[in-house]
Design a protein around this ligand. Structure first.
Ligand code: 5AD
Ligand code: SF4
Length: 344
């Protein structure tokens, strides 16, 4: 077991970069803490990527509004219900609805109808929404009609760095306020960051860790930054840098998960799909480092190919049953048990 002084920035930066034996010890400490508090179960969430239409233009993201190569789609409510039926019949009572961000009335109405339809058929299903920034009143309305949890990554807790990876009309303070608004509306709130964005410093990453620990969040979903060539962040220089550093990025991400588990033993920490882009063992290792949630994508294959936030996304051609079998395999490899029938 290792002990970490969470007030010592230099020590935290050192731990973030652990490799070899020290890293093994870090992960072991994290998973012991997890197993002794919440247990060694992995909670499954069926991920439905229901729309890739986004009004935002984040400089790192493949489905940013400025990328005209993307074929845009939005699932109909019937198509979403087909996904929900599948996942419910697999004894997975928890879904994550994820999409690009839109705030027009037509989209809001569609969201409301979708949620009401799901809840009418499956009153006990737990729905996590991840559709970006809204105002307090709309978050409250969504909560009242049955959304239980909301995921909104802060992306980075450094306002200056935030402004370097977003256009100027994407406002850090607004995003942060959204997280507070959700907490006020009594959601279980999740946030997260990306690790390994060009020019992000280790201090930035450690400050994200502090932001997460101090923010009283219920869940975290964080992952490595992956280059998408059709984005402004993918300059020649950045592509070279990323390719040279991707192993380091993966290690930092896994160590970050372990540190987060040690600091916040009982929260839900998800294994990001992006982890498997850098190594096929990425998500398995995240479980070994303390994560406890996995989100198999049940988005229809034809749509999934158009929901590419980053390149080389795993499982885009795989059938849902194949994906769930793969998740079970990862869970087993991490010496954990899939928690079917439970929401965690
Ligand atoms: N690499 C990794 N993660 C990304 N996201 C967006 N673009 C990328 C990328 N290129 C993440 C963001 C967003 C989440 C839905 O996907 O953190 O919040
Ligand atoms: Fe839209 Fe989210 Fe991509 Fe930003 S990261 S462009 S908000 S889908």
């Amino acid at each position: 077991m290792i002990a970490i002084d969470f007030n010592n920035i230099n020590e935290l930066i050192r731990v973030l970069n652990f490799q070899g034996k020290e890293q093994e010890e870090l992960w072991l400490t994290a998973r012991n803490i997890r197993n002794n508090t919440i247990g060694n179960k992995v909670y499954l969430r069926g991920l439905i990527e229901f729309s890739n239409i986004c009004r935002k233009n984040c400089l790192y993201c493949g489905i940013r509004s400025g990328n005209t190569n993307v074929k845009r789609y939005r699932l109909s409510i019937d198509e979403i219900m087909e996904c929900v039926d599948f996942i419910w019949n697999k004894n997975i009572p928890s879904i994550v609805l994820q999409s690009g961000e839109l705030i027009n009335d037509e989209f809001k109405e569609y969201l409301i109808n979708t949620i009401k339809t799901i809840k009418a058929k499956y009153p006990k299903i737990i729905i996590t929404l991840s559709s970006g920034e809204f105002d307090y009143n709309f978050y409250k309305l969504l909560k009242d009609i049955g959304i239980d949890r909301y995921l909104l990554r802060i992306e980075t807790s450094n306002p200056d760095f935030y402004s370097k990876i977003h256009p100027s009309d994407h406002i850090f303070e607004v995003r942060k306020q959204c997280l507070f608004d959700m907490q006020k509306a009594n959601y279980q709130v999740g946030t997260g960051n990306m690790i390994g964005i060009p020019n992000q410093t280790d201090l930035d990453i450690i400050n994200d860790l502090k932001f997460f620990i101090n923010g009283k969040f219920d869940m975290f979903g964080l992952g490595p930054y992956i280059i998408h060539t059709e984005t402004p962040l993918a300059t020649k220089e950045n592509i070279n840098w990323w390719n040279k550093n991707k192993e380091v990025i993966l290690n930092k991400t896994l160590n970050f998960i372990a540190m987060l588990r040690i600091a916040t033993p009982t929260v839900n920490i998800a294994t990001a799909t992006a982890l498997d882009v850098i190594s096929p063992n990425g998500r398995t290792n995240a479980l070994k480092a303390g994560a406890n949630v996995i989100m198999p994508s049940i988005t229809p294959i034809s749509n999934k190919q158009n929901y590419l936030l980053y390149q080389n996304k795993p499982n885009v051609d795989d059938e849902r049953t194949t994906i769930i079998a793969q998740m079970e395999n990862k869970i087993k490899k991490a010496d954990m048990i899939p928690a079917y029938g439970e929401v965690g």
